[in-house]
Design a protein around this ligand. Structure first.
Ligand code: ADP
Ligand code: MG
Length: 386
């Protein structure tokens, strides 16, 4: 598996002819604002230095050949194929992006592609969006087409929603297109207005991978989305024309709680309180109030665990073991849930001790060796300079 640019080019040339160009798009960690994106709400992710790199060489026909180094698998498809159907495997991400770009009127050139990812697959760091955005960007650039990053994020989201069958919001694709080095990004998922928020240099973000991934992640994700839609439907007669849970305050939700089944009410309460937490967290980070920010992370985790019910034992253990360690401001699960990673905000001076202690404590509690790393917020999708 290549790690550097030269390795990827050599790998490409072992399989296909010619010298490819490279495009990389980052994965992400979400600091706060989980499942709020598809409710038109607020999120605050940061792009990672982990990324997916697409090596690409255009072809003279409309065929696309793609090889994934992570999976050692190759696939082939034709951009002219009428009405392509999902195959329910990794190639759907690639074929979906090409399809949605074409449907939006971008006439693409065929190409040979090779994918290398340093984002762990399926670990909640959004390898799927990193793949979509790097492939989409590469196809547009090599077809000589102008690239609008908002449009690209939307088309990639459409690919995941309408072709892969995962009804995700826009957060992952957006941050892969708009990440700012050294910053988290406060994003309004309705207007797509965003504001970079510097990550305080006195603290570090530490990602703790539980190494578990429960299979129900995809189906439960779509079910949560349905719960939110049901909430909007049931609250609308009382609140007037609301479009999403973004439009509901906690006071309104509480006043009309009797209109909702208990579970729907709790799902809605997570979204409504989480939106408020994201806005407060952005202000706290901008004011250098790390204690407040950490407190909001803890409240966010509790809300996901108890109201939204998207955590799991391993994530709860990771967070619970993190919080009492010296120098920890806060911790929460991050990503879609049911496994994957937690993120902790840790004092820069305490980070070495934290990483060692949490790894040992988690292994002792679960028997699983976790992956622990500090994260430096990275930049958005771009061409890799030769
Ligand atoms: P996450 O986005 O958190 O990593 P997802 O389940 O959304 O988790 O996406 C993971 C899936 O994306 C993988 O199972 C695979 O189908 C696809 N994928 C991501 N990166 C690659 C890659 N480099 N090569 C092939 N498939 C990939
Ligand atoms: Mg994903």
């Amino acid at each position: 598996m290549p790690t550097g640019t030269t390795d990827l080019i050599e790998e490409f040339q072992r399989r296909w002819e010619g010298t490819p160009r490279l495009y990389r798009a980052p994965g992400r960690v979400n600091l706060i604002g989980e499942h709020t994106d598809y409710n038109d709400g607020f999120v605050m992710p940061a792009a990672l230095e982990f990324a997916t790199t697409t090596a690409i060489l255009p072809r003279d026909d409309r065929k696309v050949r793609v090889h994934s180094l992570a999976l050692s698998e190759t696939a082939e498809f034709d951009l002219d194929q009428a009405d392509p159907k999902p195959r329910r495997d990794w190639t759907d991400y690639v074929r979906g992006v090409a399809l949605m770009l074409e449907r939006a009127g971008h006439r693409l050139r065929g190409a040979d592609l090779m994918l290398h990812s340093s984002v762990p697959l399926g670990a909640g760091m959004s390898s799927s969006a990193a793949l979509e955005v790097s492939v989409g960007y590469a196809l547009l650039a090599e077809s000589g087409l102008p690239i609008d990053l908002i449009d690209l994020a939307r088309r990639c989201q459409e690919a995941e929603n309408g072709f892969v069958g995962m009804r995700c919001g826009v957060m992952d694709q957006f941050i892969s297109c708009h990440g700012v080095a050294g910053h988290a990004v406060l994003l309004d998922c309705r207007s797509l207005d965003f504001r970079p928020v510097p990550v305080d240099p006195r603290a570090r973000l530490v990602i703790c991978n539980t190494m578990v991934h429960h299979q129900l992640a995809g189906s439960e994700y779509n079910l949560r989305r349905q719960d939110c839609e049901r909430g909007v439907e049931l609250l609308s007669p009382a609140l007037g024309p609301i479009r999403a849970l973004r439009d509901v305050s906690l006071a309104q939700l509480e006043r009309h709680a009797d209109r909702l089944p208990e579970v729907t009410y709790r799902r809605c309460r997570h979204i409504v309180t989480e939106n408020a937490r994201v806005l407060e967290a952005a202000t706290a980070l901008e004011n250098g109030d790390l204690h407040r920010f950490g407190r909001l992370m803890i409240e966010s985790h509790e809300s996901m665990r108890d109201d939204y019910q998207i955590s799991c034992r391993e994530l709860d253990v990771m967070v619970a073991l993190s919080l009492p360690l010296p120098g920890v401001y806060g911790a929460r699960m991050t990503g879609g849930g049911f496994g994957g990673c937690s993120v902790s905000l840790v004092d820069a001076d305490a980070v070495g001790h934290f990483m060692k202690s949490i790894a040992e404590a988690y292994r002792e509690a679960t028997g699983i060796v976790p992956a622990i790393f500090t994260c430096v917020p990275g930049s958005h999708v771009d061409a890799v300079k030769p």
